[in-house]
Design a protein around this ligand. Structure first.
Ligand SMILES: [Zn+2]
Length: 68
């Protein structure tokens, strides 16, 4: 069986990415990132924001993250 390109989830906001859309990025360490939009790409790579702190992402944690 050959792995088909199933729908991916955005590495930043966790939104579902429809096949044929979004951006794929392979980092130097070999890990693959998927982005549903340039907004997510920019937030992760340039702004280095924490998706769990942003309300528009699916990773947002209500009430904030508990960090020791
Ligand atoms: Zn996204």
């Amino acid at each position: 069986m050959i792995a088909m390109s199933f729908a991916k989830n955005c590495s930043f906001c966790n939104a579902n990415i429809k096949p044929g859309t979004g951006t794929m990025l392979v980092r130097n360490d070999g890990s693959i990132l998927y982005f549903c939009s340039d907004k997510c790409k920019k937030n992760m790579l340039k702004l280095k924001r924490e998706p769990r702190k942003l309300k528009w992402t699916n990773k947002y944690v209500k009430g904030g993250i508990k960090i020791k």
